[in-house]
Design a protein around this ligand. Sequence first.
Ligand code: DAH
Length: 340
Amino acid sequence: MKEKLNAIREAAQAALADCADARALDAVRVKYLGKKGEVTALMKNMRNLSAEERPVFGQMVNDLRAAIDDGLTAARERIEEAALAAKLKNETIDVTMPGEPVTVGRKHPLNVVLDEVKDIFLGMGFSIGEGPEVELDYYNFEALNIPKDHPARDTQDTFYISDNVVLRTQTSPIQVRTMEKQKPPIRIIAPGRVFRSDAVDATHSPLFHQIEGLVVDKNITMSDLKGILEMFAKKLYGEQTVVRFRPHHFPFTEPSAEMDMQCFSCKGEGCRLCKGEGWIEVLGCGMVHPKVLECCGIDPNEYSGYAFGIGLERIVMGRYKINDIRMFYENDVRFLHQFD
Ligand code: DAH
């Protein structure tokens, strides 16, 4: 009997030593310790033994079972350690290898300057207004005192979605939308994309950007407008900046003006940059037309306001001496990497 038990023990140990994975281990466990396993089968011999022999034999079988169990545990640990070692070996990182260069993007020049403009106006108590790029004819033209047959529509030809829905040609409709839902005091700027049916050349693009400004309150005058806009120009272009206001016409402001900046290149003498003018046009502005105020439910006898519209591309081109508007939209990294 004893020999048989020893033979089983040795066979089990040899089988465990050969195991390379958990599956093989389980097969060994079932073969010896399972319900129909060899060690379990030994118990059936008990019946043939005498009363004195039984406990001795029982003890021997239990010892055998414990020995195989310990063998299983040891083999399991050996297999797990080997697997971990193999995994660590495969996943070794060679810290001396050269790293992959990370290309870091930059802010687009239009955004660099837009963020500055926002900072300047936020610092003067303005907040940011918004409106849709696909706009009703009513907001883009009609409510801004540009009826259907008004000649001002010719200079702002756009893309029509339908008779009454257009891609906005200017950010000025945001003035109307703001005044409709907010009562004075109002002090906003509203940057955004605008569209015109223009052929592409060095100074024209069917898509460009404007920054609208609107202030409405009691006792707002043209001198408030001039003060704020001159301050804006000095903050953006430097203290030495000289500006002038020139009468102009916009249907939604009365009186209207354009603000020019003295050419920073020739100091007003006239050069190539300013096309011999000595001055560079920066923005359109004026006192909000009483008809526009009325249209938005604001009493022009009680309130007055001023508005302005800055062409973002134009001020960025002046700032960085860029001479072709197309550069902004071509996404050529050699161009884009020059600004921060
Ligand atoms: N919307 C005008 C344009 O696209 C610019 C402009 C002029 C806006 C005068 C204004 C303004 O708010 O008061 O030409």
